[in-house]
Design a protein around this ligand. Structure first.
Ligand code: GLC
Ligand code: GLC
Length: 814
């Protein structure tokens, strides 16, 4: 069952009924001012940091789930009836409801008793504000007298404190209202130099800034007293809960349409000009007035919207494909790329599932996310890499997370996740492969942000590699530390007290438990580093990396092979995890995927067998589960993984992030059918038809789909902010379609389904547009290349002469 449809020509998903199984959200903003917005106008906004600069309030885990938002109320001033065109909060039965989630904007509208109303929400490029353009049209045969009420609820900035510290917060809220603009200035009298504003383009009949005055005692958002009576109270908030609400009266003749523009924004003032007059406590509003005035003009708002549209067209235009599969095309050309930009902007901080107060930017996550966005924003990818590297520790280890406002490592979580450093190598190599800009390796970057500790970035990579060699366990495999990619495989935790964090509790000294996954990652990252070293003119170093890599490869095949698949780990007792010897958790996906992706066991048939076992034991129609059998109880020696009920999250859920590793593994053994089949099983667009089962948005990946052991098998959770986005983008574009960036140019090495006759693609790479046409002339994956009409040996398209605008590539598969 579906709740809408894809409008690919406009790059929108159109939701046609408001009661989606869960709030289906979109993101506003792409630089510093951001918001999430649901299909019923729920959500919130923040400036840069979702915890510390939260602009509007949102109540997570509410009933209904989605509460707090960018609401509009309409009231028929003749009958006294009122409703919300976005359905929430009043939830009247609407006609023609639709929500169009597009690239950086959302349009929500409907019709009710002959009055059509629709609001377009977006954040203009280069501004710290959002625009709501509300258009109201009278389709009645007679004139309509209407009231329009806007509504947002301000957050008192620090979202964590805002939802807990009521003894203080109920007394500090402050606003000013001037010229129809509501200014929120809580804490401005002391250490804050920033404020929020909420403006309206039309003459107002009133306003409210105190929540209680607007709602009335014991009333909810669905039935505000001010809307019911048709008149704002002109309330000024002193303490309690500041809100922003404008009241506009509209008289519309039959067929008449009017637009009201609302602008909600964030502004910082110079410290020495906070107040106006200087010796007063009155907010200096001069700095905001110009920008407010500008965007209250509908034509200016339209122009800003047009600019935003072009921005996305250009970004997405960098890689466009035309394959026989509509779901592949739609995800690659539109939604998967768009989701990758969301993970770039948000990491794992703010979504419907990530509250924005819990986590900074993950070291491992951000490096992997880079795989999906580096071609779109190489300059910002570079900045991200350098920020991440600056939180690396002198040992080569890394803070697991950093805070985006301070760019400092997060001490609460600390370090000791032994896979972390290798992802930096992969992030940097992805950057160089995309851009060809080698100079990034010479950037001087500190450790732990300590001035004076700077070395070239290249040395950071050397230390990353070394970090593992300095921490090998009894079998010669890497020690796991607190966890590896699987945050919940906590082999040194041994926690028996509720409330202890699995990720930061370490009761064992960590000298025994080893990770086969990190070993595979080491092989992968080590080979990349070797290539970098050799191109840096360091052949000796290159061969020493390769020697360590082949040693580790041999160790995996000796100590990490279980007969039919790769083992997952060794626990603190030196016992196997993910082996036929185990009662539960006999086989895990991560090592089958990552070993084969890294090329371990390709020559001797181990990879093919591991993939066969994966198919037999882990694959379901909804995707590949993380392990089998699921853990039926809590194991002290395994940690959080066994804390989840069977079939959820890391305990045998379909953890979509790691499915592409198997997909890439399948391409490495030449199996395009299997690769694309797995790709399709978790492709959200291909799952649109079962939206009632899947429940999350059909246009973006979710972190997890419940596994076969779960009563809700097939149900997705934690959509949007997941490494799944980048890895699937990487797997489909670089490994199945095989348009692969490499240090010396673009490689064309498709491993597509046997039934495909070919495909076309346009890929902008290092300033040149590659027009690629792939044709199948035989059943295999053998490539013959023709570049600008001449045949070229191998599968690497030689770099064109400087300044070349386009290159025509024809690849024939046999
Ligand atoms: C979450 C984390 C990621 C981790 C994964 C598996 O997605 O963000 O870092 O690798 O879970 O535990
Ligand atoms: C929980 C989740 C895991 C996530 C981790 C990070 O352990 O299960 O997926 O990576 O939290 O906070």
């Amino acid at each position: 069952m579906k709740y809408g449809y894809f409008d690919d020509s406009l790059r929108e998903y159109v939701i046609t009924r408001p009661d989606t199984p869960l709030p289906w959200i979109n993101y506003l903003g792409c630089q510093a001012y951001f918001g999430i917005i649901s299909n019923t106008a729920g959500g919130y906004s923040f400036y840069r940091d979702a915890r510390l600069r939260r602009i509007t309030r949102y109540r997570y885990n509410n009933a209904p789930y989605d509460f707090g938002g960018r609401y509009i109320y309409l009231r028929d001033d003749t009958s006294g009836e009122f409703w919300s065109p976005s359905w929430q909060p009043t939830r009247r039965k609407l006609e023609n409801y639709s929500c169009r989630h597009g690239m950086g904007y959302t349009i929500i509208g409907s019709k009710y008793q002959g009055i059509e109303a629709s609001t377009r929400y977006f954040v203009p490029l280069d501004e710290n504000l959002e625009i709501w353009q509300t258009t109201v049209t009278n389709h009645r045969p007679q004139a309509a007298e209407l009231s329009v009420f806007s509504l947002i609820e301000f957050c008192l900035w620090d979202a964590q404190d805002d939802s807990t510290n009521f003894q203080r917060n109920f007394s500090i809220g402050e606003v000013e209202v001037e010229d129809r603009v509501i200014y929120h200035k809580t804490e401005y009298r002391e250490r804050r130099d920033h404020f929020a504003f909420f403006a309206c383009s039309e003459k107002t009949a009133g306003f409210d800034t105190q929540r209680d005055a607007f709602l009335g005692a014991y009333r909810g958002w669905d039935n505000p007293a001010a809307v019911e009576r048709g008149q704002s109270g002109n309330s000024v908030a002193h303490g309690w809960a500041p809100i922003g609400s404008h009241h506009v009266k509209l008289s519309l003749k039959p067929s008449e349409s009017r637009q009201i523009v609302f602008v909600l924004g964030y502004q910082e003032n110079p410290r020495d000009r906070k107040f106006d007059p200087l010796d007063s406590q009155i907010l200096n509003k001069k700095t905001a007035k110009e920008v407010i005035a500008k965007y209250l003009v509908p034509a200016k708002a339209d122009a800003a919207f047009e600019k935003l549209r072009r921005y996305w067209e250009e970004l997405l235009g960098l890689c466009q494909v035309d394959t026989p599969d509509v779901h592949t095309n739609r995800m690659v050309n539109i939604w998967n790329a768009y989701q990758c930009m969301a993970t770039f902007n948000m990491s794992r901080s703010a979504s419907f599932y990530e509250s924005g107060i819990g986590r900074g930017l993950g070291f491992r996550d951000s490096n992997q996310d880079l795989l999906g966005f580096v071609h779109m924003v190489p300059g910002r990818a570079r900045e991200r890499i350098l920020d991440l590297a600056a939180t690396q520790l002198p040992t080569g280890g890394a803070y697991h997370q950093y805070q985006p406002l301070t760019k400092r490592g997060n001490n609460d979580v600390g370090s000791g996740f032994n896979d972390d450093p290798h992802w930096l190598i992969l992030g940097v190599s992805a950057y160089i492969k995309e851009t060809g800009v080698w100079s990034i390796l010479d950037e001087r970057v500190p450790y732990d942000n300590a001035p004076g500790s700077e070395t070239p970035l290249y040395e950071h990579l050397q230390r990353s590699f070394r970090y593992t060699l300095d921490r090998l366990g009894p079998h010669g495999l890497p020690l796991i530390g607190r966890a590896d990619w699987n945050d919940c495989l906590n082999l040194n935790c041994f926690s028996d007290s509720p409330g202890q964090s699995f990720q930061t509790t370490t009761n064992k000294d960590g000298k025994v438990a080893e990770s086969v996954f990190i070993a595979a990652l080491f092989v992968h990252a080590g080979r990349e580093l070797a290539q970098i070293a050799s191109r840096r003119g360091l052949p000796g170093e290159c061969s020493s990396y390769l020697a360590e890599v082949s040693k580790m490869d041999a160790t995996i095949r000796k100590q990490g092979w279980d007969g039919e698949w790769f083992i997952r780990a060794y626990d603190d007792f030196g016992r196997k995890v993910g082996s036929k010897e185990c009662a539960e958790g006999k086989i895990f996906i991560e090592t089958q995927g990552y070993c084969t992706l890294a090329g371990v066991g390709i020559d001797d048939g181990m990879a093919a067998r591991a993939l066969e076992s994966t198919r037999k034991l882990l694959a379901t129609k909804h995707g590949i589960v993380l392990q089998q059998p699921a853990y039926s109880k809590y194991y002290l020696e395994l940690g959080e993984i066994s804390s989840y009920p069977p079939g959820y999250k890391e305990n045998a859920g379909i953890f979509c992030h790691n499915n592409p590793w198997v997909i890439i593994g399948e391409t490495r053994v030449g199996n395009g059918d299997a690769a694309h089949d797995y790709y399709t099983r978790i492709n959200p667009s291909a799952r649109e038809e079962i939206s009632d089962v899947h429940r999350c948005e059909p246009y973006v990946y979710a972190q997890m789909i419940a596994g076969r052991d779960a009563p809700t098998h097939g149900e997705a959770k934690n959509s949007w902010l997941t490494g799944t986005a980048a890895w699937n983008y990487f797997a489909i574009t670089q490994w199945i379609l095989g348009i692969r960036t490499d240090f010396d140019g673009l490689r064309i090495a498709p491993v597509i389904p046997g039934s495909w006759s070919g495909f076309k693609a346009t890929r902008k790479f290092r300033g040149t547009t590659y027009q690629i046409e792939v044709q199948r002339a035989g059943p295999g994956n053998q490539v013959s290349l023709e570049v600008n009409g001449s045949s070229v040996p191998g599968n690497l398209v030689p770099l064109p002469p400087a300044g070349a605008k386009t290159v025509a590539v024809k690849a024939t598969l046999r």
